[in-house]
Structures are given as C-alpha cells and as structure tokens.
Design a protein around this ligand. Structure first.
Ligand code: ATP
Ligand code: MG
Length: 211
C-alpha cells in the first residue's frame, strides 16, 4: 500500500525502507506507539525511527518543553524491545531547531539507497506546506498520514502526494497526559509502564501545566 512502487519483490529489495516519525514526545504515549507499529506493518517498513525533536520549532515559546534528554529517555523506555521501533537521537545530536528536511538529508547521506517515509498525524499533515524547506521533505520522502481523532479532517494540501494508513484511532495527547500527571489522575494504559516509571524518576510534569 505505497505510492512509491516499492512493493516487496523477494530478492529485489533496493534499500532499507525506513519510517521517520518525528515529535516532541513530551511524553510519548500509546497513540504514538500504536501508530508506529501499525504503519511499519502496513507498509512493510524495516524500521520506524521515533525522532525526538531537539527544539520543536512549532512549539518553542508556546510552553515549557521538557529537556530533550528527558524526552529521549522516555522514548527509549516506550520503545523498549519492540521489534522494528527505535528511538533516534539524530536531531538531538545535530542540535538547534529541528527541521525534518535536515533529518531526511542526513539519513540519505548516510545511505542513499534508503526509502524514507515521513509519518504524521492528520493534525500535523495540514501544516506541511509551512515546514522549513517543505519541497525537500516532499521530494525526499513518501508522506504517510494517519487519522488523529479529535483533530478534524486534516489532510495534506492539494498537490501533495501522500499515503493514508488506517491505524486504531486513539484520542490521546501528550497535552492531556501532562495535565493528568499534574492532577494526579491515572496514566495506566495511556502510557507504557516504563514511561510512567521514567516520568516518576525524572520528576516530570508535577507542576500545574498550561493546557
Ligand atoms: P502535544 O499535545 O504536546 O502536542 P502530541 O500528543 O500531539 O503532543 P506530538 O509529539 O506533538 O504529540 O506528536 C508527534 C506526532 O504524533 C505528530 O505527527 C502527531 O500528529 C502524531 N500523534 C500524536 N498523537 C497521536 C494520536 N493519538 N494518534 C495519531 N497520531 C498522533
Ligand atoms: Mg502535537
């Protein structure tokens, strides 16, 4: 179910099929994980990287963002040993504003045979044309959109080619989870136990948060 003609022909694989699922992941939740696992399966991706933004340019200045190292620790905990999912430090190591165009270029520079798939929820898809060097993102990757319930009918704008993948729809957000921690409400089944432990260990989200 791809538009890039990269169907798996035994013995004719032309390069690693890689998913790039970027986010602030503050914290990473069941909606992220269910998306990553199911897109990997549906598109026969070798790996899906959960790419932790160093400085998420869309959010900087809008609220306090947890330190990048803490967000990375949570994503590592979330991924655990799930087959084919990986926490990626690529944007942390580069530092500064995290632009997907730079990440795609870096991944292709390391291995030009890779086939990159940028995965995003419908709320993020509507904003694609406003991304830094959006044309590069479009040229270097297949855009994969999953519907995010509660976010309206967001789709990439006309002229963009993209693939839609159906995944179980979970109306979960990091914003709600930060508020849950601050209010002492239950986190179980919305976050993996290892992420709950990491939040407790790092003392994150205890102060009342902006919703
Ligand atoms: P916040 O509430 O802080 O914005 P978030 O839950 O939206 O957090 P992000 O880190 O902003 O999480 O999102 C990263 C990516 O994951 C985006 O492409 C977003 O659309 C997608 N995403 C987030 N939550 C879901 C969900 N429940 N279902 C599908 N996609 C999701
Ligand atoms: Mg978001």
């Amino acid at each position: 179910m791809t538009t890039d003609g990269a169907g798996a022909i035994p013995g004719h694989r032309t390069g690693e099929r890689l998913g790039i699922f970027g986010g602030t992941f503050d914290p990473p939740h069941v909606g992220h994980l269910v998306t990553a696992v199911n897109v990997r399966h549906e598109l026969s991706l070798d790996r899906v990287l959960l790419v932790v933004a160093d400085q998420p340019w869309q959010k900087v200045g809008t609220r306090d963002i947890s330190p990048a190292g803490d967000r990375f620790a949570m994503v590592e905990a979330a991924v655990g040993d799930v087959d084919g999912l990986e926490a990626s430090r690529i944007e942390l190591d580069r530092g500064g504003m995290s632009y997907t165009a730079d990440t795609l270029s870096e991944l292709l520079a390391a291995d030009p045979t890779r086939r990159l798939h940028v995965i995003l929820g419908s709320d993020a898809a509507v904003g694609l044309p406003g991304w830094e060097r959006a044309d590069e993102v479009r040229a270097l990757s297949t855009i994969v959109v999953v519907e995010r319930p509660g976010s309206g009918e967001g789709l990439p704008p006309p002229g963009w080619s993209w693939v839609r993948v159906e995944v179980p729809r979970l109306e979960v957000s990091s914003t709600d989870l930060r508020a849950r921690v601050a209010d002492g409400r239950p986190l179980d089944y919305l976050l993996s136990p290892a992420v709950i432990d990491t939040i407790e260990r790092l003392g994150l989200y205890r102060a009342p948060v902006a919703r």
